[in-house]
Ligand binder design. Structure first.
Ligand code: BES
Ligand code: ZN
Ligand code: ZN
Length: 477
């Protein structure tokens, strides 16, 4: 899909018109007074979430409410433009124009409008062969000649490309989205956008002593991979580590079958890290960014790792396996220890790590834990700006008790039914040394089982927008 700029005179017959509550001047001109009539009948008053299609002689105008102009937020803009673009698409409109009112010509607002539209129009339909999706938007014309808006659109396109790339990886079934396929996509992306990428296979992982990744892989017929990406845009190094479990059956501690299909999304953290690398390189961020994705299935094959096993990790610490379904923290232990080699000033990890996090925060907010208050604060702010929200959970030393093992350095299971998201993070903390580190538990936010505003059913690409916002502002106070 293409986004172009046009002037108001060449708007065409298909038009999205934003309206603030009870401010109808512009809409009225465009609709020949229809907008005011609708308002007087209280059918459309420009309230937040209101949308109204007005059919004209040659096309249609989609009026979309932005609510009280004093209460406008970037999220209202994303949702409103997203909804309006979906209405156009659902009406089989292939090309339409969009008005950005004066106040939306500033950078952040124009960016939010484009994000809302691009993210809403995404649909994963590559496997549909019968009811093929013919409702595809080909081109959107933005009616603006503002240079800030033009700059914003370029950035929004790069970020949304990365979000949609991440969603595509997430949505593919695990029989296709294997560790090797993730590696291939990362390599392709690296080549295309100018960053380095190396994919380590099973033999190399054995030589390196990545025994935690190898242990989780044992029950799978598909080999593991460790994807390491590096974008060199500056001196300061940030490491991003993503959980890349391409399917989590639970292993020998097998999951119940209900909703097990959703465990194809257990590589969402890894997919987000590849997406972030791509956007960071395209935006030429002034940082050195290293992306690390340990990837494997978690399967119960005859050679599978078992409860009671003890793993000697890449770092040297030993893990007692008490539940093979707590595999994310195991593979991340090697990923996080490896990250330290790059001497980063911060490590951030992304993982669909615990059901407990979903219980605590639902599908709206990611769990956020770490060992550095400044870093946590920056992530919360970036989350608020992008509406990829994160909320801090505590990591008091007292919780360490929960992961003490009788026979190894730590165990991979916390206290039953108690602070599961936190004990998982306490486990990860053992592998980051003295490095500043934050952990995002994205178990509830990485995918959605119902359509949400600009997040259609399936993978959401959570973490990409948040992280790009964070990295863009990295050196700002
Ligand atoms: N991938 C799951 C976490 C998960 C569960 C994500 C549901 C999204 C929705 C993870 O590997 C897992 O199975 N965690 C266990 C840990 C437990 C055995 C300590 C869990 O949360 O039940
Ligand atoms: Zn699991
Ligand atoms: Zn998992």
């Amino acid at each position: 899909m293409k986004i172009s700029f046009a002037n108001k005179e060449s708007a065409g017959n298909e038009l999205i018109v934003p309206v603030f509550e009870n401010e109808f001047q512009e809409a009225e001109k465009l609709t020949g007074g229809i907008a005011r009539k609708l308002a007087s009948k209280k059918e459309f008053e420009g309230k937040k979430d209101q949308i109204q299609v007005v059919h004209t002689q040659n096309g249609k105008i989609v009026l979309v409410g932005l609510g009280d102009s004093q209460k406008l937020s970037l999220e209202i803009i994303r949702q409103a433009y997203g909804k309006a673009a979906s209405v156009m698409r659902d009406n089989s409109t292939k090309k339409f124009s969009v008005i950005l009112p004066e106040c939306l010509n500033s950078f952040d607002e124009a960016k939010a409008a484009v994000e809302g539209m691009l993210l809403s129009l995404y649909k994963f339909s590559s496997f549909k062969t019968v009811e093929k999706d013919e409702k595809i938007v080909e081109e959107i014309f933005l009616l603006s000649d503002d240079s800030e808006a033009k700059r914003a659109v370029k950035e929004a396109i790069i970020i949304c490309d990365a979000v949609l790339f991440t969603r595509d990886l997430q949505n593919h079934p695990s029989s296709i989205a294997t560790p090797q396929m993730l590696g291939k996509k990362a390599l392709e992306s690296a080549k295309k956008f100018g960053f380095k990428c190396k994919v380590y296979g099973k033999n190399e992982l054995e030589k390196m002593g990545m025994n935690a990744i190898l242990a989780v892989n044992k029950g799978s017929a598909i080999p593991p991979a460790l994807i390491v990406m590096e974008y060199n845009g500056g001196k300061e190094t940030i490491c991003l580590v993503g959980k890349g479990i391409t399917f989590d059956s639970g292993g020998i501690s097998l999951k119940p079958s209900a909703a097990m299909d959703e465990m194809k999304f257990d590589m969402s953290g890894g997919a987000a890290v590849i997406g972030i690398m791509q956007a960071a390189a395209r935006l030429k961020l002034p940082l050195r960014i290293v992306g690390i994705v340990p990837s494997t299935e978690n399967m119960p094959g005859g050679k599978a790792y078992k409860p009671g096993d003890i793993i000697k990790t890449y770092l040297g610490k030993t893990i007692e396996v008490l539940d093979t379904d707590a595999e994310g923290r195991i593979i991340l232990s090697d990923g996080l220890a490896f990250a330290q080699k790059f001497k980063p000033s911060a490590i951030i990890d992304y993982a669909t790590l615990t059901g407990a996090c979903v219980v605590a925060l639902g599908n709206i907010t990611a769990g956020l834990m770490g060992n550095d208050d400044q870093l946590i604060k920056k992530i919360i702010e970036a989350g608020n700006a992008t509406n990829e929200k994160a909320w801090q959970l505590p990591m008091f030393d007292d919780y360490k008790e929960d992961i003490k093992s009788q026979v190894a350095d730590i165990k991979n299971l916390g206290a039953k039914g108690s602070a599961g998201a936190i004990s998982a993070a306490m486990f990860l903390k053992e592998f980051v040394g003295n490095c500043k580190w934050a952990h995002l538990d994205i178990a509830g936010t990485a995918w959605t089982t119902k359509d949400r505003p600009y997040k259609p059913f399936g993978g959401t690409g959570f973490g990409v927008r948040l992280t790009i916002e964070l990295l863009k502002n990295w050196n700002k106070q």
